[in-house]
Design a protein around this ligand. Structure first.
Ligand SMILES: [Zn+2]
Length: 120
């Protein structure tokens, strides 16, 4: 990298002007660079937590886990809650024949004891 490059830039973190030595420099200092990195990592973590919360939140409203007790045949919604996966994943698994289901009309029914055999 050439060291006689002088590009006037605005720091992406603190918005102050600085002279960049390389075209890739985005921050005025190592401090801003590491702060920006930490901020992005934190944001990503929060984003993941939010997504997980919204998935489990949906489960809670749709299926009360205890209601599955004593049931032998589960719908897609119930079975996905039982396996702690989203109904979209379960539908994909059924399509890929990773999980067998019986189709009655438009409804997929899955035996709970069959799901138990999948979980070792
Ligand atoms: Zn800065």
């Amino acid at each position: 990298m050439s060291s006689n490059m002088h590009i006037e830039r605005v720091c992406k973190f603190c918005n102050s002007k600085f002279i960049a030595r390389t075209t890739k420099t985005q921050y005025c200092s190592n401090k801003c660079s590491s702060r920006a990195y930490k901020q992005a990592a934190r944001r990503e973590k929060l984003e993941i937590a939010r997504v997980e919360e919204s998935i489990t939140g949906k489960f809670r409203t749709k299926v009360k886990f205890l209601e599955l007790e004593g049931k032998q045949l589960l719908t897609i919604t119930e079975a996905s809650a039982y396996l702690n996966i989203t109904h979209l994943t379960l539908r994909r698994w059924i399509k890929e024949k990773r999980i067998l289901s019986s189709r009655i009309g438009k409804k997929h029914l899955i035996r709970k004891d069959y799901l138990d055999t999948l979980i070792l």
